[in-house]
Design a protein around this ligand. Structure first.
Ligand code: BEZ
Length: 222
């Protein structure tokens, strides 16, 4: 496994943030050798899970596998990672298929040396062991981190929320709009704040000068 970048000018590791370039890595996965940069031009949902063969993680993998076509329709590649070995991942995939009749349809990276886990800050400083948190990175087609989510091992993520955030990121990239609380495709969008006199005295969109809505155009994004 190899990792590119991830340190600041003083040589110290720092937590990745929105707007950072996602450090590239090459790693073994359940679908062969993968480099993060292979997916340039597509969105990538890179997400860590604490351990194979555990209940919350299993529920997430079943949900994500069932929803994979919806991610693909949004030009998004799912990419899972944990510290477990490739052989563990393969055994778990098989058990999931036998138990739930679901085929895990995205690559699972093995990160036994924690190179990716540390680079992406997936392991809490105060963690008792090497198990990663439920970290999620939305990486755009240029390789930039655009959103992150971090849940504890005990709380499963919502596939619907992951899809919603991805759709919202694509929407704000495609059009000069921002998205309100709980926005879903088809809902009204908001116009970006425009604090000037012309906007205050009138202007485009419905609502008042600091809260202007317009119908969703339903255009797709990248
Ligand atoms: C789970 O996926 O069920 C799990 C993993 C680690 C700690 C607690 C729960």
């Amino acid at each position: 496994m190899r990792l590119d970048a991830g340190t600041d000018t003083a040589g110290m590791q720092r937590l990745l943030q929105i707007g950072d370039f996602a450090p590239n890595f090459q790693a073994r996965t359940t679908m062969g050798q993968v480099s993060l940069s292979d997916y340039r031009g597509r969105w990538v949902l890179l997400f860590s899970h604490p351990a194979d063969f555990t209940p919350v993680c299993t529920s997430e993998f079943v949900g994500l596998s069932r929803a994979n076509e919806r991610f693909q329709a949004l030009n998004c590649q799912l990419l899972a990672v944990s510290v477990d070995s490739l052989y563990s991942h393969l055994g778990w995939i098989r058990a999931i298929r036998e138990t739930f009749g679901v085929t895990v349809s995205f690559p699972i990276v093995e990160d036994p040396s924690l190179v990716i886990g540390h680079a992406y800050g997936m392991i809490a400083d105060n963690a008792p062991d090497a198990a990663t948190m439920r970290s999620t990175f939305f990486i755009d087609p240029e390789g930039i981190i655009r959103a992150t989510l971090c849940y504890p091992a005990t709380v499963g993520r919502s596939v619907d929320e992951l899809l919603r955030v991805l759709a919202a990121l694509r929407k704000v990239d495609a059009e000069d709009v921002v998205t309100p609380e709980g926005w879903r495709p088809g809902d009204d969008v908001l116009l970006p704040p425009q604090p000037d006199q012309a906007a205050a005295l009138g202007g485009d969109g419905d609502g008042c000068w600091f809260y202007r809505t317009r119908p969703d155009s339903r255009d797709g994004g990248r």
